[in-house]
Design a protein around this ligand. Structure first.
Ligand SMILES: Cc1ncc(COP(=O)(O)O)c(C=O)c1O
Length: 402
């Protein structure tokens, strides 16, 4: 009999895509769906970047490139990382890939050995790929609960307890998906102190939302003395410049760069040539940064709006997230009011009865004991949709609560 490998069967998925399929089906049936599902900016890619890609097409930039990426882009990324992380990043440490996501696989595969009990620690709730790729690569997932009382950061003592000689990788993500939590400089220092006690532990810092920090400044763990060498900095064009479909991401670590590159060679060969060319302009042109800042301002305003509106829904309790474009309300009380067994049942009812789509905490890992039920609202959608979508939920809860 033909068989599917166990590791493939064990691998998780990104449920936002599953819910999105349903949303698209409902839209095609003419239902007035408002979607808070998808984690991609609802803006057009800035024209300066589009024009650059058109030039690249016209200039025949349609070949394979080195798997590391074109030298101009590696240089531009190194400059960007050096400027924004306040460290010295050499272009030779930078690798370009098809989005940020593949570097999660490449890093886990490069630093863990299947069957050796090597452990990867990552935040829970968290971006689901950390878990699915840890499992697929034969390493052991170790979950680090994010706590509401810590503004959705983890307890440093919990990290200390979980680190051991088998720990090969700590993944951190700030600003965070799905909670919007941001790690402060002090917290990063505390994490670094713990990690430094384990010489075999690498750090993957997923910074794809680094340009979307609203109330404070962005800090990277790579900037802490002694950390750059063991840290893979991961970032991408998707969220910063509204380019998720262009598939350009970048990672930097001096020692791992040649190994990440071999992974690129063995999977995608290279990121799309014309997108790489456009990315050079995206990073180097003031005009594209101007556009990025405008988008950030809109996200900031929407953040304030959606948090205020969600807190007006009976039973919802929503902290103000410091970054990214997600709100993560605690909906435990609302579940009780409506007799919903958990947040997933609440989510399904909101979709089926109100045509409002969002995600629930089970899409981002295991529910943390004692932390209650949560939904994730992506506010990468218009102000009108935010007002209308939350108003539908509020009215419905008010009318149906016990
Ligand atoms: C935390 C996090 N990391 C990485 C990614 C991957 O982004 P991309 O592959 O588009 O760069 C995402 C996308 O949603 C994300 O939320």
């Amino acid at each position: 009999m033909l068989e599917i490998s166990q590791r493939t069967l064990n691998m998780g998925t990104e449920n936002s895509f599953v819910v999105l399929d349903k949303v698209n089906q409902m839209l095609s049936e003419g239902k007035p769906v408002i979607s808070f599902c998808i984690g991609q900016p609802d803006f057009r890619t800035p024209d300066v970047i589009n024009d650059s890609a058109i030039n690249a097409i016209n200039n025949g930039k349609s070949t394979y490139t080195p798997s590391t990426g074109i030298p101009e882009l590696r240089k531009a990324v190194a400059g960007y990382f050096s400027r924004t992380r306040k460290i010295d990043v050499n272009p030779n440490s930078v690798v370009i890939g098809c989005g940020g996501k593949p570097f999660i696989l490449y890093t886990i595969a490069s630093v863990t050995q299947p069957g050796q009990g090597h452990e990867v620690i990552f935040p829970n709730p968290g971006y689901p790929i950390y878990s699915s790729q840890t499992i697929a690569q034969g390493a052991k997932p170790v979950l680090l609960p994010l706590l509401e009382e810590k503004k959705y950061n983890f307890d440093i003592f919990d990290l200390k307890r979980k680190m051991n000689d088998k720990t090969r990788l700590l993944v951190i993500n700030s600003p965070q998906n799905p909670t919007g939590g941001v790690l402060s400089k002090d917290e990063l220092y505390e994490i670094a102190e713990v990690v430094k006690q384990f010489p075999k532990c690498w750090v993957l810092t997923d910074e794809v939302y680094s340009e979307l920090v609203f109330d404070t400044e962005f800090n990277s763990i790579a900037a802490i003395p002694g950390m750059q060498e063991r840290t893979v900095i991961l970032d991408s064009s998707s969220k910063t410049f509204a380019m998720p479909g262009w598939r350009v991401g970048y990672a930097a670590n001096e020692k791992l760069a040649p190994h990440l590159t071999r992974w690129v060679t063995n999977t995608d060969s290279c990121a799309p040539h014309l997108c790489q060319c456009a990315m050079v302009d995206a990073l180097n042109h003031e005009k594209s940064w101007e556009e990025a800042r405008k988008m950030k301002k809109v996200f900031h305003e929407r953040r304030d709006l959606i948090v205020e509106l969600l807190n007006g829904v009976p039973g919802f309790r929503c902290l103000k997230p410091g970054g990214a474009f997600y709100a993560w309300p605690n909906v435990t009380e609302t579940c009780k009011m409506l007799g919903c067994e958990d947040s997933n049942v609440l989510r399904e009812r909101i979709l089926d009865e109100l045509n409002v789509a969002c995600l629930s905490d089970n899409h981002f890992g295991h529910r943390n004991e004692g932390e209650g039920e949560h939904l994730r609202f992506s506010y990468a959608t218009s102000t009108e949709h935010i007002r209308e979508g939350v108003a539908r939920i509020k009215k419905w809860v008010e009318e149906n609560r016990n």
